[in-house]
Design a protein around this ligand. Structure first.
Ligand SMILES: Cc1cc2nc3c(=O)[nH]c(=O)nc-3n(C[C@H](O)[C@H](O)[C@H](O)COP(=O)(O)O)c2cc1C
Length: 361
């Protein structure tokens, strides 16, 4: 089995329900993402063959796919993230995925959305460590040691921190990696992530630790690598705001990890409480390279039209407002975009804001 890249110079795209679909993953890979995660997939949905689940599993063949413009793109290595709380369903889901050719998996033990936690899945797994370990044993046996990771938070709340003991038990049972978003489930996205906890795990565990949490710029990612000694980082909301975050991450490392002082901590949220559920808001002050952004939007539209022709326009209407949020004139651009109902009007809008070269075929 090939190794999954888990290294400082191999930034990951985190699982993002509703966002990390095939076109977006390929877009991020073209920008330098080394590994991408699917949106979380319900183990029960997989076992019972839900239609929605099929869409979530859309990917390219292993050796890639040639697009109309002649470019070859691939969506691998791909980590399929599953959620559920019952060991049998979870293991069965992994077996189904393996039969379908998937090789890498991740278990969601961090999602704090009530729809997920009320079923005992996601971060609710942190409230019942014995069951979490039963699930882990079953899925590791189904996947093969080393090919499945676990994405954790610190614990359900501050009086029930379980990440250290749980991560150690998972590693001992054959987990391939541990990702940690160092907040409690009840925090959602509020408060400041406890990066010291990532450092602790990185020092203690025999398996690689991947950092997640408020990595809004490449400088944030590189700083966390440097400060915690973690093996790799995964970008989530930072990538939704700026898919070029991966290229910028690699560029920073190529420059010896020397961070320009201004980039060391995004000025946008220096000293601010990162309370916003949609913390992309705090990125509004970051400068935008309009030409580069125009290219990214154009490519995203091509990829979306290739794999989700019926939804492509809708998808662009949800992604583009995030991309352009901090651009001059973004307010009217966003209003125009969410109103447009066909490609011709989207083209016209993009041409107005980004110039004629953005014309979509
Ligand atoms: C819109 C959205 C969807 C998410 N979906 C998932 C998911 O499906 N599985 C998961 O483990 N985490 C999910 N997360 C959590 C992210 O993977 C990541 O751990 C978290 O956002 C912290 O990183 P960030 O602060 O850099 O965004 C989601 C986060 C957001 C904002």
């Amino acid at each position: 089995m090939n190794q999954l890249p888990i290294r400082p110079d191999a930034p990951w795209l985190a699982p993002l329900a509703g966002w990390s679909d095939l076109p977006f993953r390929v877009l991020c890979r073209e920008q330098g993402a080394a590994v991408c995660c699917t949106e979380m997939v319900s183990a029960k949905g997989l076992v019972y063959g839900g239609r929605n689940t099929e869409d979530l599993l859309a990917t390219t063949p292993l050796d890639g796919e040639v697009l109309d413009d002649g470019s070859r793109v691939t969506d691998h290595p791909l980590v399929v993230q599953i959620f559920g709380s019952e060991a049998e369903f979870m293991a069965q889901a992994v077996r189904i995925l393996r039969e379908r050719g998937f090789s890498w998996f991740d278990v969601n033990m961090g999602c704090s959305v009530p729809k997920v936690t009320k079923t005992g899945a996601g971060a609710a797994m942190l409230r019942d460590v014995p069951n979490a370990l039963r699930v882990a044993e079953a899925v590791i046996e189904a996947a093969g040691a080393g090919s499945i990771g676990f994405k954790l938070r610190l614990g359900w709340d501050s009086s029930h921190e379980v990440y250290r003991e749980l991560a150690a038990e998972l590693a001992a049972r054959g987990a391939g990696w541990i990702s940690l978003h160092p907040r409690h489930a009840v925090q959602g996205f509020a408060g400041t992530p406890r990066f010291d906890a990532i450092g602790e795990l990185a020092a203690e565990l025999p398996v690689p630790v991947i950092a997640s949490g408020d990595l809004f710029t490449a400088a944030d990612g590189v700083r966390v690598l440097r400060d915690t000694g973690c093996a790799a980082v995964m970008y989530a909301r930072g990538a939704l705001k700026d898919p070029a975050i991966f290229a910028k991450h690699l560029e920073l490392l190529r420059n010896g990890g020397e961070l320009p002082e201004a980039e060391l901590r995004s000025p946008a949220f220096e000293g601010r409480a990162l309370a916003a559920q949609n913390a992309c808001d705090v990125l509004d002050d970051l400068p935008v390279d309009r030409a580069a952004l125009g290219g990214i939007i154009r490519r995203h539209a091509q990829l979306a039209r290739r794999w989700s022709p019926h939804l492509a326009l809708l998808k662009m209407r949800t992604f583009v407002p995030r991309y352009v949020k901090s651009m001059d004139g973004a307010r009217t651009l966003r209003q125009d975009i969410v109103r447009c109902s066909d490609w011709e009007s989207l083209n016209a809008i993009l041409e107005t804001y980004f110039g004629a070269e953005l014309e979509l075929e």
